[in-house]
Design a protein around this ligand. Sequence first.
Ligand SMILES: [Zn+2]
Length: 103
Amino acid sequence: MDYKLNLHFHIVAGQQEFQDLLNSTDVKAMYQKCVELSESTPLDTEGKLRGYCVVCEKVVEFSYGWLYSHMEKINFREHLLCPGCNLNNRQRGIANVVFKLLV
Ligand SMILES: [Zn+2]
């Protein structure tokens, strides 16, 4: 499996474009994956998810759990941590944008 994805960033110009993005197949599939992982991860436990870290530039086992969540769904934005750089999903996303702007 190729874990190195070309992340897509969207510039949203208004409420309708934001709604359209939320209703897109890609975003719905991502949301469904988050729901499935949340449902299969008991409270107060952690899981692992293999993926590519753009900061470390290698495939890693990200860890996730219920920290920073409201106990309904895991907060993958704030708690999908890379074991190498220890950055969460949001921080790695920002780094990815900066890297793309510098290249
Ligand atoms: Zn990393």
